[in-house]
Design a protein around this ligand. Structure first.
Ligand SMILES: [Zn+2]
Length: 165
């Protein structure tokens, strides 16, 4: 997992680092590696992060419960303020409050864990409601009216059920 030591960026040309991405991101169960481009630039009292990346995930449709492949794409940027952490804020409970804050911060002599940030951005880009995109139906078992099932694959089952009624 790539860690970027923040003061090191100041010694880089234009105070920035560009990284081509082509690897699995820990915690993200993707079919393909995350591919794309990551850039972090040191701007004195803040970091400017940019990400253009894509990968393919296998998701389960919320409606029909079938698995399908989804192409996840992000093109995003974020500012992370550089400031010393106050000792009080290092308690886990306090951290949770801080994470609700609009702007993220890192200590100026700290490290940026690239994959963690990328994982966050990809998670934020996930669809809120996961639908396979087909004109899908809920599974038959949840359907109360057998005769309304339109999927041809179920037709023999439907006629069997209707015979029994
Ligand atoms: Zn579906």
């Amino acid at each position: 997992m790539e860690k970027i030591y923040i003061p090191r960026l100041l010694k880089m040309p234009e105070q920035k680092e560009e990284i081509a991405l082509n690897h699995q991101i820990s915690g993200l169960d993707s079919l393909t590696p995350v591919r794309g481009f990551f850039q972090v630039a040191h701007r004195g009292n803040f970091l400017e992060l940019q990400l253009q990346a894509h990968t393919i995930l296998t998701l389960t449709c919320d409606r029909c419960l079938q698995s399908f492949n989804h192409r996840l794409e992000v093109d995003t940027s974020e500012i992370i303020l550089l400031k010393e952490e106050e000792p009080l804020l290092s308690y886990p409970l306090e951290r949770e409050i801080i994470s609700e804050d609009l702007s993220e911060t890192l200590p100026p002599d700290g490290e940026l864990i690239m994959d963690e940030w990328i994982y966050e951005q990809l998670s934020l880009a996930m669809p809120l409601r996961i639908l396979c995109g087909n004109d899908c139906q809920p599974p038959a078992i949840e359907s109360q009216q057998h005769s309304t099932i339109k999927d041809d694959r179920w037709s023999s089952l439907v006629s069997l059920l209707n015979q029994n009624n």
